[in-house]
Design a protein around this ligand. Structure first.
Ligand code: ASP
Length: 596
Protein backbone atom coordinates (compact mmCIF):
# COMPACT_ATOMS: atom_id res chain seq x y z
CA UNK A 1 0.00 0.00 0.00
CA UNK A 2 1.76 3.13 -1.18
CA UNK A 3 1.88 6.03 1.26
CA UNK A 4 1.17 9.70 0.85
CA UNK A 5 1.90 12.69 3.01
CA UNK A 6 1.72 11.58 6.63
CA UNK A 7 -0.95 13.75 8.34
CA UNK A 8 -2.75 13.86 11.67
CA UNK A 9 -6.45 12.99 11.54
CA UNK A 10 -7.55 16.39 12.80
CA UNK A 11 -5.35 18.39 10.43
CA UNK A 12 -7.12 18.23 7.09
CA UNK A 13 -8.96 21.27 5.71
CA UNK A 14 -10.56 22.28 2.40
CA UNK A 15 -7.20 23.60 1.14
CA UNK A 16 -5.79 20.06 1.36
CA UNK A 17 -8.18 18.75 -1.30
CA UNK A 18 -6.28 16.76 -3.93
CA UNK A 19 -3.49 15.60 -1.62
CA UNK A 20 -2.49 11.98 -1.27
CA UNK A 21 -2.28 11.24 2.46
CA UNK A 22 -1.46 8.55 4.96
CA UNK A 23 -3.34 8.47 8.30
CA UNK A 24 -2.98 6.46 11.49
CA UNK A 25 -5.66 6.30 14.16
CA UNK A 26 -8.57 4.57 15.86
CA UNK A 27 -11.87 3.74 14.20
CA UNK A 28 -14.25 6.14 15.91
CA UNK A 29 -17.45 5.51 14.00
CA UNK A 30 -18.47 3.24 11.18
CA UNK A 31 -21.48 3.50 8.90
CA UNK A 32 -22.37 1.19 6.03
CA UNK A 33 -24.42 3.02 3.41
CA UNK A 34 -25.43 0.41 0.86
CA UNK A 35 -22.09 -0.04 -0.83
CA UNK A 36 -20.23 2.94 0.57
CA UNK A 37 -18.56 2.46 3.95
CA UNK A 38 -17.79 5.55 6.05
CA UNK A 39 -15.50 5.52 9.02
CA UNK A 40 -14.20 8.33 11.18
CA UNK A 41 -10.57 7.88 12.11
CA UNK A 42 -9.47 9.58 15.31
CA UNK A 43 -6.18 10.50 16.92
CA UNK A 44 -5.18 13.07 19.53
CA UNK A 45 -5.52 15.87 17.00
CA UNK A 46 -9.10 15.14 15.93
CA UNK A 47 -11.04 12.93 13.55
CA UNK A 48 -11.64 12.77 9.82
CA UNK A 49 -14.13 10.93 7.68
CA UNK A 50 -12.80 8.20 5.39
CA UNK A 51 -14.93 6.81 2.54
CA UNK A 52 -14.53 3.36 1.04
CA UNK A 53 -16.08 3.02 -2.39
CA UNK A 54 -16.24 -0.54 -3.80
CA UNK A 55 -16.01 0.85 -7.34
CA UNK A 56 -12.74 2.76 -6.67
CA UNK A 57 -10.89 0.37 -4.37
CA UNK A 58 -12.37 -3.08 -4.17
CA UNK A 59 -9.76 -4.54 -1.83
CA UNK A 60 -9.82 -1.61 0.56
CA UNK A 61 -13.60 -1.76 0.63
CA UNK A 62 -13.57 -5.44 1.45
CA UNK A 63 -11.03 -4.82 4.23
CA UNK A 64 -13.13 -1.94 5.57
CA UNK A 65 -16.06 -4.26 6.16
CA UNK A 66 -13.88 -5.96 8.80
CA UNK A 67 -13.36 -2.71 10.74
CA UNK A 68 -14.95 -2.25 14.17
CA UNK A 69 -14.86 0.51 16.74
CA UNK A 70 -11.41 1.23 18.28
CA UNK A 71 -9.47 -0.88 15.78
CA UNK A 72 -6.17 0.82 15.03
CA UNK A 73 -5.70 1.41 11.30
CA UNK A 74 -3.43 2.85 8.70
CA UNK A 75 -5.33 4.46 5.85
CA UNK A 76 -4.02 5.79 2.55
CA UNK A 77 -6.10 7.81 0.13
CA UNK A 78 -6.78 11.18 -1.39
CA UNK A 79 -8.38 14.18 0.23
CA UNK A 80 -11.43 15.65 -1.43
CA UNK A 81 -14.06 18.20 -0.60
CA UNK A 82 -17.27 16.66 0.65
CA UNK A 83 -20.17 16.92 -1.79
CA UNK A 84 -22.17 20.13 -1.19
CA UNK A 85 -24.68 19.67 1.62
CA UNK A 86 -22.83 16.82 3.31
CA UNK A 87 -20.31 18.96 5.22
CA UNK A 88 -20.21 18.47 8.98
CA UNK A 89 -19.81 21.79 10.79
CA UNK A 90 -19.28 19.98 14.11
CA UNK A 91 -15.96 18.55 12.92
CA UNK A 92 -12.92 20.74 12.31
CA UNK A 93 -12.25 18.53 9.28
CA UNK A 94 -15.94 18.59 8.33
CA UNK A 95 -15.44 20.15 4.89
CA UNK A 96 -13.35 17.25 3.60
CA UNK A 97 -13.11 13.47 3.55
CA UNK A 98 -10.45 10.98 2.56
CA UNK A 99 -11.30 8.68 -0.32
CA UNK A 100 -9.55 5.48 0.74
CA UNK A 101 -7.21 3.58 -1.52
CA UNK A 102 -5.97 1.19 1.12
CA UNK A 103 -6.52 0.24 4.75
CA UNK A 104 -4.44 -1.90 7.03
CA UNK A 105 -5.58 -3.14 10.44
CA UNK A 106 -2.67 -2.67 12.86
CA UNK A 107 -4.54 -3.80 15.94
CA UNK A 108 -8.06 -5.02 16.75
CA UNK A 109 -10.11 -4.11 19.79
CA UNK A 110 -12.71 -5.70 21.99
CA UNK A 111 -15.84 -3.64 22.50
CA UNK A 112 -14.77 -1.09 25.12
CA UNK A 113 -16.62 -1.15 28.47
CA UNK A 114 -17.93 2.35 27.76
CA UNK A 115 -18.22 4.43 24.60
CA UNK A 116 -15.12 6.41 23.66
CA UNK A 117 -17.10 8.70 21.39
CA UNK A 118 -19.79 11.05 22.60
CA UNK A 119 -18.87 14.05 24.65
CA UNK A 120 -18.61 13.48 28.40
CA UNK A 121 -20.96 10.55 28.69
CA UNK A 122 -21.90 9.82 32.25
CA UNK A 123 -19.74 6.76 32.85
CA UNK A 124 -19.30 5.16 36.25
CA UNK A 125 -16.04 6.55 37.62
CA UNK A 126 -14.64 3.28 38.93
CA UNK A 127 -15.00 1.83 35.43
CA UNK A 128 -13.22 4.87 34.03
CA UNK A 129 -10.36 4.46 36.50
CA UNK A 130 -10.00 0.72 35.91
CA UNK A 131 -9.77 1.34 32.16
CA UNK A 132 -8.02 4.69 32.48
CA UNK A 133 -6.20 4.26 29.14
CA UNK A 134 -9.61 4.12 27.41
CA UNK A 135 -10.96 6.96 29.50
CA UNK A 136 -7.97 9.10 28.54
CA UNK A 137 -8.55 8.24 24.90
CA UNK A 138 -11.80 10.25 25.07
CA UNK A 139 -11.34 13.65 23.41
CA UNK A 140 -12.46 15.76 26.40
CA UNK A 141 -9.99 13.92 28.64
CA UNK A 142 -7.18 14.58 26.17
CA UNK A 143 -8.07 18.24 26.52
CA UNK A 144 -7.33 18.11 30.26
CA UNK A 145 -3.92 16.56 29.52
CA UNK A 146 -3.26 19.35 27.08
CA UNK A 147 -4.27 22.08 29.53
CA UNK A 148 -1.98 20.58 32.12
CA UNK A 149 0.89 20.49 29.66
CA UNK A 150 0.34 24.14 28.73
CA UNK A 151 0.02 25.26 32.35
CA UNK A 152 3.35 23.57 33.09
CA UNK A 153 4.98 25.16 30.07
CA UNK A 154 3.79 28.67 30.86
CA UNK A 155 4.85 28.19 34.47
CA UNK A 156 8.36 27.02 33.56
CA UNK A 157 8.80 29.87 31.09
CA UNK A 158 7.55 32.44 33.58
CA UNK A 159 9.80 31.37 36.44
CA UNK A 160 12.75 31.18 34.09
CA UNK A 161 12.13 34.79 33.02
CA UNK A 162 11.94 35.78 36.67
CA UNK A 163 15.36 34.24 37.29
CA UNK A 164 14.18 31.34 39.43
CA UNK A 165 16.13 28.09 39.44
CA UNK A 166 14.26 24.80 39.15
CA UNK A 167 15.67 22.36 41.68
CA UNK A 168 14.42 18.82 42.15
CA UNK A 169 14.11 17.57 45.70
CA UNK A 170 13.99 13.95 46.86
CA UNK A 171 10.93 11.75 47.18
CA UNK A 172 12.45 9.63 49.92
CA UNK A 173 12.94 12.03 52.77
CA UNK A 174 11.95 12.76 56.33
CA UNK A 175 8.64 14.05 57.56
CA UNK A 176 7.75 17.71 57.00
CA UNK A 177 4.60 18.63 58.86
CA UNK A 178 1.86 20.06 56.65
CA UNK A 179 -1.05 18.94 58.77
CA UNK A 180 -1.52 15.42 57.43
CA UNK A 181 -0.21 11.96 58.16
CA UNK A 182 2.98 10.83 56.40
CA UNK A 183 3.28 7.97 53.97
CA UNK A 184 6.15 5.86 55.22
CA UNK A 185 8.64 3.77 53.26
CA UNK A 186 10.51 1.10 55.19
CA UNK A 187 14.25 0.98 54.67
CA UNK A 188 15.75 -2.41 53.74
CA UNK A 189 19.33 -1.36 54.43
CA UNK A 190 18.47 0.08 57.82
CA UNK A 191 15.89 -2.33 59.22
CA UNK A 192 13.34 -0.72 61.49
CA UNK A 193 13.95 2.72 60.01
CA UNK A 194 11.70 4.60 57.63
CA UNK A 195 11.71 7.30 55.04
CA UNK A 196 8.69 9.56 54.73
CA UNK A 197 7.31 10.71 51.39
CA UNK A 198 7.25 14.51 51.21
CA UNK A 199 4.07 16.29 52.23
CA UNK A 200 5.83 19.22 50.58
CA UNK A 201 9.47 20.18 49.98
CA UNK A 202 9.08 22.83 52.69
CA UNK A 203 12.25 22.27 54.70
CA UNK A 204 14.28 21.48 51.58
CA UNK A 205 13.39 24.75 49.91
CA UNK A 206 14.28 26.61 53.08
CA UNK A 207 17.63 24.81 53.09
CA UNK A 208 18.08 25.82 49.44
CA UNK A 209 17.79 29.43 50.58
CA UNK A 210 20.47 28.78 53.22
CA UNK A 211 22.46 27.31 50.31
CA UNK A 212 22.27 30.62 48.47
CA UNK A 213 19.93 29.62 45.63
CA UNK A 214 18.01 32.87 46.05
CA UNK A 215 15.01 32.01 43.91
CA UNK A 216 13.79 28.40 43.69
CA UNK A 217 10.76 26.77 42.14
CA UNK A 218 9.64 23.25 41.32
CA UNK A 219 6.55 21.45 40.11
CA UNK A 220 6.64 18.98 42.97
CA UNK A 221 4.78 15.78 43.74
CA UNK A 222 3.49 15.76 47.28
CA UNK A 223 1.96 12.93 49.25
CA UNK A 224 -0.30 13.28 52.28
CA UNK A 225 -2.02 10.34 53.85
CA UNK A 226 -5.33 12.15 54.19
CA UNK A 227 -8.52 10.70 55.53
CA UNK A 228 -11.32 10.61 53.00
CA UNK A 229 -12.17 14.13 51.97
CA UNK A 230 -13.79 15.12 48.73
CA UNK A 231 -11.47 18.03 48.03
CA UNK A 232 -8.18 16.33 48.84
CA UNK A 233 -6.07 13.85 46.98
CA UNK A 234 -3.41 11.72 48.66
CA UNK A 235 -0.99 12.42 45.86
CA UNK A 236 -0.98 15.78 44.15
CA UNK A 237 1.19 18.31 42.38
CA UNK A 238 2.26 21.62 43.84
CA UNK A 239 3.93 24.57 42.30
CA UNK A 240 6.44 25.22 45.02
CA UNK A 241 8.56 28.37 45.23
CA UNK A 242 10.85 30.15 47.67
CA UNK A 243 12.77 33.43 47.60
CA UNK A 244 15.48 35.06 49.66
CA UNK A 245 15.11 38.59 51.03
CA UNK A 246 11.45 39.02 50.01
CA UNK A 247 8.68 41.00 51.58
CA UNK A 248 5.09 39.92 51.14
CA UNK A 249 4.92 42.41 48.29
CA UNK A 250 7.73 40.70 46.38
CA UNK A 251 5.99 37.36 46.60
CA UNK A 252 2.55 38.78 45.76
CA UNK A 253 3.99 40.42 42.69
CA UNK A 254 5.63 37.25 41.37
CA UNK A 255 2.47 35.20 41.91
CA UNK A 256 -0.02 37.75 40.60
CA UNK A 257 2.20 37.90 37.54
CA UNK A 258 2.16 34.14 37.11
CA UNK A 259 -1.61 33.81 37.49
CA UNK A 260 -2.09 36.78 35.17
CA UNK A 261 0.01 34.98 32.54
CA UNK A 262 -1.76 31.65 33.01
CA UNK A 263 -5.23 33.15 32.78
CA UNK A 264 -4.29 35.27 29.79
CA UNK A 265 -2.75 32.39 27.86
CA UNK A 266 -5.17 29.64 28.83
CA UNK A 267 -8.46 31.45 29.33
CA UNK A 268 -7.92 34.63 27.32
CA UNK A 269 -8.77 36.67 30.42
CA UNK A 270 -6.99 39.76 31.78
CA UNK A 271 -7.01 39.47 35.57
CA UNK A 272 -7.11 42.92 37.18
CA UNK A 273 -4.18 43.70 39.52
CA UNK A 274 -3.40 44.18 42.31
CA UNK A 275 -5.71 41.62 43.87
CA UNK A 276 -7.72 42.64 46.90
CA UNK A 277 -6.46 41.59 50.33
CA UNK A 278 -8.50 40.68 53.35
CA UNK A 279 -7.47 39.89 56.91
CA UNK A 280 -8.34 36.31 57.77
CA UNK A 281 -10.48 37.21 60.79
CA UNK A 282 -12.36 39.77 58.74
CA UNK A 283 -12.95 37.16 56.05
CA UNK A 284 -14.36 34.76 58.61
CA UNK A 285 -16.65 37.47 59.90
CA UNK A 286 -17.85 38.91 56.59
CA UNK A 287 -17.96 35.73 54.53
CA UNK A 288 -18.04 32.95 57.13
CA UNK A 289 -14.97 31.32 55.62
CA UNK A 290 -11.28 31.95 55.00
CA UNK A 291 -11.83 31.14 51.32
CA UNK A 292 -14.55 33.55 50.28
CA UNK A 293 -16.24 33.44 46.91
CA UNK A 294 -16.52 37.08 45.84
CA UNK A 295 -18.56 36.35 42.74
CA UNK A 296 -21.62 37.34 44.78
CA UNK A 297 -22.18 40.21 47.14
CA UNK A 298 -23.82 38.71 50.25
CA UNK A 299 -22.09 39.79 53.46
CA UNK A 300 -22.39 38.70 57.05
CA UNK A 301 -22.53 41.18 59.95
CA UNK A 302 -21.77 40.79 63.62
CA UNK A 303 -24.91 41.43 65.70
CA UNK A 304 -23.40 40.73 69.11
CA UNK A 305 -23.23 44.45 69.97
CA UNK A 306 -26.75 45.18 68.75
CA UNK A 307 -28.09 42.36 70.92
CA UNK A 308 -25.82 42.89 73.93
CA UNK A 309 -28.75 43.81 76.20
CA UNK A 310 -31.42 41.66 74.58
CA UNK A 311 -34.26 39.95 76.44
CA UNK A 312 -34.43 37.21 73.80
CA UNK A 313 -33.31 34.07 75.62
CA UNK A 314 -31.63 32.31 72.66
CA UNK A 315 -29.27 35.21 72.08
CA UNK A 316 -28.76 36.07 75.76
CA UNK A 317 -27.62 32.59 76.56
CA UNK A 318 -25.09 32.37 73.71
CA UNK A 319 -23.70 35.85 74.36
CA UNK A 320 -23.46 35.04 78.07
CA UNK A 321 -21.25 32.08 77.18
CA UNK A 322 -18.92 34.27 75.10
CA UNK A 323 -20.50 33.18 71.85
CA UNK A 324 -21.47 35.47 68.99
CA UNK A 325 -24.55 36.40 66.96
CA UNK A 326 -24.13 36.85 63.22
CA UNK A 327 -26.66 37.86 60.59
CA UNK A 328 -26.98 38.18 56.82
CA UNK A 329 -29.65 39.90 54.74
CA UNK A 330 -31.16 37.82 51.95
CA UNK A 331 -32.13 40.24 49.19
CA UNK A 332 -35.85 39.88 48.48
CA UNK A 333 -35.83 37.10 51.06
CA UNK A 334 -39.32 37.83 52.39
CA UNK A 335 -40.53 35.48 49.66
CA UNK A 336 -38.67 32.53 51.26
CA UNK A 337 -41.30 29.96 52.16
CA UNK A 338 -41.48 28.28 55.55
CA UNK A 339 -40.38 25.07 53.82
CA UNK A 340 -37.27 26.76 52.41
CA UNK A 341 -36.42 28.27 55.78
CA UNK A 342 -36.81 24.87 57.42
CA UNK A 343 -34.42 23.41 54.87
CA UNK A 344 -31.89 26.07 55.80
CA UNK A 345 -32.30 25.14 59.48
CA UNK A 346 -31.53 21.52 58.60
CA UNK A 347 -28.39 22.66 56.77
CA UNK A 348 -27.32 24.80 59.72
CA UNK A 349 -27.75 21.89 62.10
CA UNK A 350 -25.96 19.58 59.69
CA UNK A 351 -22.98 21.93 59.94
CA UNK A 352 -22.97 21.46 63.71
CA UNK A 353 -24.82 24.71 64.42
CA UNK A 354 -27.56 25.09 67.02
CA UNK A 355 -30.03 26.32 64.44
CA UNK A 356 -31.06 29.41 62.58
CA UNK A 357 -33.36 32.33 63.33
CA UNK A 358 -34.74 34.96 60.98
CA UNK A 359 -36.13 38.44 61.10
CA UNK A 360 -38.93 39.18 60.44
CA UNK A 361 -39.99 35.91 62.02
CA UNK A 362 -41.24 34.20 65.16
CA UNK A 363 -38.54 35.82 67.33
CA UNK A 364 -39.67 39.39 66.54
CA UNK A 365 -41.88 39.55 69.62
CA UNK A 366 -38.86 39.03 71.88
CA UNK A 367 -36.84 41.78 70.24
CA UNK A 368 -37.21 45.51 70.90
CA UNK A 369 -37.88 48.00 68.11
CA UNK A 370 -34.36 49.30 68.62
CA UNK A 371 -32.86 45.84 68.29
CA UNK A 372 -34.86 45.09 65.15
CA UNK A 373 -33.76 48.39 63.63
CA UNK A 374 -30.17 47.66 64.70
CA UNK A 375 -30.24 44.25 63.02
CA UNK A 376 -31.55 45.78 59.82
CA UNK A 377 -28.96 48.55 59.88
CA UNK A 378 -26.02 46.23 60.60
CA UNK A 379 -26.97 43.83 57.81
CA UNK A 380 -28.08 46.64 55.45
CA UNK A 381 -31.40 44.84 55.04
CA UNK A 382 -33.98 46.49 52.79
CA UNK A 383 -37.76 46.25 53.12
CA UNK A 384 -38.19 43.08 51.12
CA UNK A 385 -35.26 41.30 52.76
CA UNK A 386 -35.10 38.68 55.44
CA UNK A 387 -32.16 38.51 57.85
CA UNK A 388 -30.85 35.02 58.69
CA UNK A 389 -29.27 34.83 62.13
CA UNK A 390 -26.97 32.29 63.80
CA UNK A 391 -26.03 32.42 67.48
CA UNK A 392 -23.27 30.05 68.55
CA UNK A 393 -19.63 29.64 69.45
CA UNK A 394 -17.67 31.83 67.08
CA UNK A 395 -16.24 29.10 64.86
CA UNK A 396 -19.61 27.41 64.52
CA UNK A 397 -21.52 30.63 63.86
CA UNK A 398 -19.01 31.50 61.16
CA UNK A 399 -19.32 28.09 59.58
CA UNK A 400 -23.12 28.16 59.58
CA UNK A 401 -23.27 31.66 58.12
CA UNK A 402 -20.63 30.77 55.51
CA UNK A 403 -22.78 27.84 54.41
CA UNK A 404 -25.89 30.04 54.34
CA UNK A 405 -24.06 32.56 52.21
CA UNK A 406 -23.15 30.03 49.51
CA UNK A 407 -26.49 28.25 49.72
CA UNK A 408 -28.52 31.44 49.32
CA UNK A 409 -26.31 32.56 46.43
CA UNK A 410 -26.76 29.20 44.73
CA UNK A 411 -30.52 28.99 45.27
CA UNK A 412 -31.19 32.54 44.20
CA UNK A 413 -28.82 32.52 41.23
CA UNK A 414 -26.61 35.31 42.61
CA UNK A 415 -23.26 33.86 41.45
CA UNK A 416 -21.69 35.74 38.52
CA UNK A 417 -20.39 32.65 36.75
CA UNK A 418 -18.13 34.42 34.28
CA UNK A 419 -15.99 36.15 36.91
CA UNK A 420 -12.57 35.16 38.27
CA UNK A 421 -12.22 36.71 41.71
CA UNK A 422 -8.69 36.27 42.99
CA UNK A 423 -7.71 37.62 46.38
CA UNK A 424 -5.12 37.36 49.11
CA UNK A 425 -6.19 36.35 52.56
CA UNK A 426 -3.58 38.28 54.49
CA UNK A 427 -2.51 38.48 57.20
CA UNK A 428 -3.32 35.12 58.65
CA UNK A 429 -2.62 34.08 62.22
CA UNK A 430 0.25 32.11 63.69
CA UNK A 431 -1.84 29.68 65.71
CA UNK A 432 -5.23 28.15 65.27
CA UNK A 433 -7.55 25.87 67.20
CA UNK A 434 -8.18 22.42 65.83
CA UNK A 435 -11.66 20.87 65.95
CA UNK A 436 -11.05 19.54 69.45
CA UNK A 437 -10.06 23.00 70.68
CA UNK A 438 -6.31 22.17 70.85
CA UNK A 439 -3.72 24.64 69.73
CA UNK A 440 -2.12 24.00 66.38
CA UNK A 441 -0.24 26.12 63.85
CA UNK A 442 -2.15 28.26 61.40
CA UNK A 443 -0.02 27.52 58.34
CA UNK A 444 2.96 25.41 59.41
CA UNK A 445 5.43 25.77 62.25
CA UNK A 446 8.05 27.54 60.09
CA UNK A 447 5.88 30.63 59.62
CA UNK A 448 7.28 33.91 60.93
CA UNK A 449 5.15 35.88 63.39
CA UNK A 450 4.78 39.61 62.84
CA UNK A 451 7.57 41.25 64.80
CA UNK A 452 5.20 43.60 66.67
CA UNK A 453 3.13 40.67 67.95
CA UNK A 454 6.02 38.59 69.31
CA UNK A 455 5.66 40.12 72.81
CA UNK A 456 2.15 38.61 73.16
CA UNK A 457 3.12 35.19 71.84
CA UNK A 458 2.79 33.52 75.26
CA UNK A 459 -0.08 35.55 76.66
CA UNK A 460 -2.42 35.93 73.66
CA UNK A 461 -1.14 33.40 71.15
CA UNK A 462 -4.31 33.43 69.03
CA UNK A 463 -3.92 37.15 68.36
CA UNK A 464 -0.42 36.81 66.96
CA UNK A 465 -0.52 37.73 63.30
CA UNK A 466 1.82 35.97 60.92
CA UNK A 467 3.56 36.85 57.69
CA UNK A 468 1.28 34.29 56.11
CA UNK A 469 -1.07 34.47 53.14
CA UNK A 470 -3.41 32.34 51.03
CA UNK A 471 -4.52 32.75 47.44
CA UNK A 472 -8.25 32.27 47.08
CA UNK A 473 -10.20 32.21 43.82
CA UNK A 474 -13.96 31.81 43.47
CA UNK A 475 -14.29 30.12 46.85
CA UNK A 476 -11.32 27.76 46.46
CA UNK A 477 -8.10 28.02 48.41
CA UNK A 478 -5.47 27.61 45.72
CA UNK A 479 -2.43 27.76 47.94
CA UNK A 480 -0.59 29.19 50.90
CA UNK A 481 2.70 30.64 51.82
CA UNK A 482 4.56 32.65 54.39
CA UNK A 483 7.73 34.41 55.30
CA UNK A 484 9.72 31.97 57.42
CA UNK A 485 11.37 32.07 60.77
CA UNK A 486 15.12 32.22 60.20
CA UNK A 487 16.37 32.43 63.77
CA UNK A 488 17.04 29.32 65.77
CA UNK A 489 15.75 30.70 69.07
CA UNK A 490 12.44 31.88 67.64
CA UNK A 491 11.92 28.61 65.76
CA UNK A 492 12.55 26.64 68.95
CA UNK A 493 10.16 28.84 70.86
CA UNK A 494 7.35 28.27 68.35
CA UNK A 495 7.92 24.50 68.46
CA UNK A 496 7.74 24.66 72.25
CA UNK A 497 4.50 26.65 72.27
CA UNK A 498 3.10 23.96 69.98
CA UNK A 499 3.87 21.47 72.72
CA UNK A 500 6.94 19.74 71.31
CA UNK A 501 9.49 18.44 73.74
CA UNK A 502 13.12 19.38 73.46
CA UNK A 503 13.96 15.82 72.34
CA UNK A 504 11.31 15.79 69.63
CA UNK A 505 12.46 19.15 68.33
CA UNK A 506 16.02 17.93 68.17
CA UNK A 507 15.13 14.59 66.62
CA UNK A 508 12.80 15.94 63.94
CA UNK A 509 14.14 19.38 63.17
CA UNK A 510 17.71 19.33 64.42
CA UNK A 511 19.05 19.56 60.84
CA UNK A 512 17.07 22.74 60.15
CA UNK A 513 17.96 24.37 63.46
CA UNK A 514 21.60 23.60 62.86
CA UNK A 515 21.42 25.13 59.38
CA UNK A 516 20.05 28.28 61.00
CA UNK A 517 23.47 28.75 62.61
CA UNK A 518 25.34 29.18 59.32
CA UNK A 519 24.15 32.45 57.81
CA UNK A 520 20.48 32.33 56.87
CA UNK A 521 18.95 34.82 54.46
CA UNK A 522 15.48 35.96 55.51
CA UNK A 523 13.24 34.02 53.15
CA UNK A 524 9.68 33.18 52.26
CA UNK A 525 7.62 31.49 49.63
CA UNK A 526 4.46 29.87 48.50
CA UNK A 527 2.96 26.67 47.13
CA UNK A 528 -0.25 26.12 45.23
CA UNK A 529 -2.06 23.08 43.96
CA UNK A 530 -1.50 22.68 40.23
CA UNK A 531 -4.39 20.25 40.04
CA UNK A 532 -6.83 22.82 41.39
CA UNK A 533 -5.61 25.46 38.93
CA UNK A 534 -6.03 23.05 36.03
CA UNK A 535 -9.52 22.17 37.30
CA UNK A 536 -10.49 25.84 37.25
CA UNK A 537 -9.04 26.40 33.78
CA UNK A 538 -10.53 23.17 32.44
CA UNK A 539 -13.95 23.74 33.99
CA UNK A 540 -14.29 20.51 35.97
CA UNK A 541 -15.20 19.92 39.62
CA UNK A 542 -13.49 16.54 39.72
CA UNK A 543 -9.81 16.67 40.69
CA UNK A 544 -9.31 13.18 39.19
CA UNK A 545 -10.20 14.50 35.73
CA UNK A 546 -6.98 16.51 35.61
CA UNK A 547 -4.63 13.79 36.89
CA UNK A 548 -3.67 11.20 34.29
CA UNK A 549 -3.60 8.25 36.65
CA UNK A 550 -5.38 9.27 39.83
CA UNK A 551 -6.25 7.31 42.91
CA UNK A 552 -9.88 6.96 43.90
CA UNK A 553 -11.19 9.17 46.64
CA UNK A 554 -10.40 6.36 49.05
CA UNK A 555 -6.79 6.23 47.78
CA UNK A 556 -6.86 3.14 45.63
CA UNK A 557 -5.39 2.64 42.21
CA UNK A 558 -8.05 0.67 40.35
CA UNK A 559 -5.93 0.14 37.25
CA UNK A 560 -2.98 -1.49 39.00
CA UNK A 561 -5.10 -2.64 41.93
CA UNK A 562 -2.87 -0.95 44.45
CA UNK A 563 -2.31 -0.98 47.35
CA UNK A 564 -1.76 -4.70 47.06
CA UNK A 565 -0.32 -7.62 48.99
CA UNK A 566 3.41 -8.12 48.67
CA UNK A 567 5.50 -11.22 48.55
CA UNK A 568 6.39 -12.51 52.06
CA UNK A 569 10.04 -12.47 50.96
CA UNK A 570 9.85 -8.74 50.43
CA UNK A 571 8.57 -8.30 53.97
CA UNK A 572 11.35 -10.51 55.29
CA UNK A 573 13.96 -8.44 53.51
CA UNK A 574 12.54 -5.36 55.17
CA UNK A 575 12.44 -7.02 58.55
CA UNK A 576 8.69 -6.45 58.71
CA UNK A 577 5.89 -8.71 59.95
CA UNK A 578 2.21 -7.92 59.50
CA UNK A 579 -0.04 -7.74 62.51
CA UNK A 580 -3.53 -9.22 62.19
CA UNK A 581 -5.92 -6.69 60.62
CA UNK A 582 -7.42 -4.36 63.23
CA UNK A 583 -10.99 -5.35 64.11
CA UNK A 584 -13.87 -2.99 64.86
CA UNK A 585 -13.55 -1.22 61.52
CA UNK A 586 -12.79 2.24 62.95
CA UNK A 587 -10.18 4.21 61.04
CA UNK A 588 -7.45 5.58 63.23
CA UNK A 589 -7.68 9.31 63.71
CA UNK A 590 -4.76 11.30 62.31
CA UNK A 591 -2.18 12.54 64.73
CA UNK A 592 -3.07 16.06 65.79
CA UNK A 593 -1.45 18.48 63.38
CA UNK A 594 -0.36 20.36 66.48
CA UNK A 595 2.14 17.61 67.15
CA UNK A 596 4.26 17.58 64.01
N1 ASP B 1 4.76 24.14 52.12
C1 ASP B 1 3.54 24.89 52.19
C2 ASP B 1 2.35 24.04 51.78
O1 ASP B 1 2.54 22.99 51.21
C3 ASP B 1 3.55 26.11 51.31
C4 ASP B 1 4.57 27.11 51.71
O2 ASP B 1 4.53 27.58 52.84
O3 ASP B 1 5.37 27.48 50.85
O4 ASP B 1 1.23 24.42 51.98
Amino acid sequence: MSGGERVNCGALRAADAGKEVELFGWVARRRDHGGLIFIDVRDRWGAVQVVFNPADATQAHAAASELRGEYVVRVTGSVRKRPAGSENPRMATGEVEVLAKGVEILSTSKTPPFPIEGEEQDVDESLRLKYRYLDLRRPHMQRFLEIRHRVNKVTHAYFDEQDFLEVETPILTKSTPEGARDFLVPSRLYPGKFFALPQSPQQLKQLLMVAGVGRYYQIAHCMRDEDLRADRAAEFTQLDMEMSFPTEETIFEVLEGLFGRLWKELAGVDLPRPWPRIDMKESLLRYGTDKPDLRFDLEIADLSQVLAQTEAQVFRKVLGERGVVRGMAVPGGKDLTRKELDELVVLAKGAGGQGLAWVPGPLDKFLSEKELAGIRAATKAGDGDVVLIAADRRRRAEKVMGIMRTEIARRRGLVRDQEWRFLWVYPMYLFDEDDEGNMTYGHHPFTRPMEGDIPIIDTRPYDVRAHSYDIVCNGYELGSGSLRIYRRDLQERVFEILGLSHETIQERFGHLLEAFEYGVPPHGGFAFGMDRVIMLLGGTDNIRDVIAFPKTQSTQDLLFEAPSDVDPDQLDELGLALKPKPTGGGRRQPASPGAP
